[in-house]
Design a protein around this ligand. Sequence first.
Ligand code: NAD
Length: 330
Amino acid sequence: MKIAFYDTRPYDMLWFDPLLKEADIEPQYIQNRLDKNTVGYAHEADAICIFVNDHCDKEVIERLDEMNIKLVLLRCAGYNNVDLKCCEKHGIKVYRVPAYSPAAVAEYAVAMLLSLNRKVYKAYGRTRNFNFNIDGLIGFDMRGKTAGIIGTGKIGQMAIEILKGFGMEVIAYDLYPNKDLDVEYVDLPQMYARADVISLHCPLTPETKYIIDRGAIKRMKKNVILINTSRGELIETRALIDGINDGIIGGVGLDVYEDEEDYFYEDWSDKIMKDRDLARLITFPNVIVTSHQAFLTSEALHQIAQTTIDNVHSYLNDEETPNRVIAPEY
Ligand code: NAD
């Protein structure tokens, strides 16, 4: 069997190679992202393996079908970049890695929160220049403050556990509240009125696109810290920028950005940044932007590779698995 891996980085090969060898699967590593122009690179493959910013849309899917490729393996949890209905129509099966390391992402969200609150990123910049002044680095105690978690799935639950460990009061919102979870569920207006910190852990769906919009931001507590390690389009960027300018939002940690695909994972340090909103966000002193790296731990990379190989076996043996992604009924 041959699998074409799109948007691959050296770390992907490091974790996939030994497992692929063991499973007798031949990899074709492609650095480009999947789109209508690059889909043809996979013409000799039996399956494609894609990541968060690959485009598996109608045009790509029709071409996959022509090339008799009936298997799409996502090496990530989110699947908003795949037209599932179209895949179904063409008899293409889609599998994902739903939980490679919820801890990796939850811990990263909290790392962003701590860094923003206690200004670690600013302090580091100062002491690198032998500036040991601590003016302007005041944070707040997390203990006793309120954290709002939107999306209480695997990652959200981990975040709740960690934040409770800090002695925070944690409130949550989910379309499908989990009765077994020891957390107070509230509606979104209540969360915005009460939370000192809000962290997003729901998937990107038609309902969650711009869940944080202008109206939501207006309801938030002054100086709230907002963390997004989920998907960029959960936040309306222009409204976020205005919320920061208006002094409502006190800190923002973005590991994802709504138009990230042209920039994230690439070195733009020698080029002109064309995206004005991203450039503006990066200039704010209370915003941290990172390049969709919350998943990046060795445990998560191993799990991504292992689950992807398991998904291939499930496909080949026609076994049922919860990792199969079926088109939702919207
Ligand atoms: P999950 O499926 O376990 O949990 C998602 C939760 O969101 C579920 O409880 C679900 O009921 C809830 N939800 C669905 N629709 C909702 C809505 N309209 N409003 C509120 N809640 C809603 O997923 P997970 O493993 O916890 O991952 C969450 C998200 O994190 C993924 O969808 C992905 O976008 C993102 N993610 C990011 C990275 C990264 O590196 N930055 C890595 C992995 C996952």
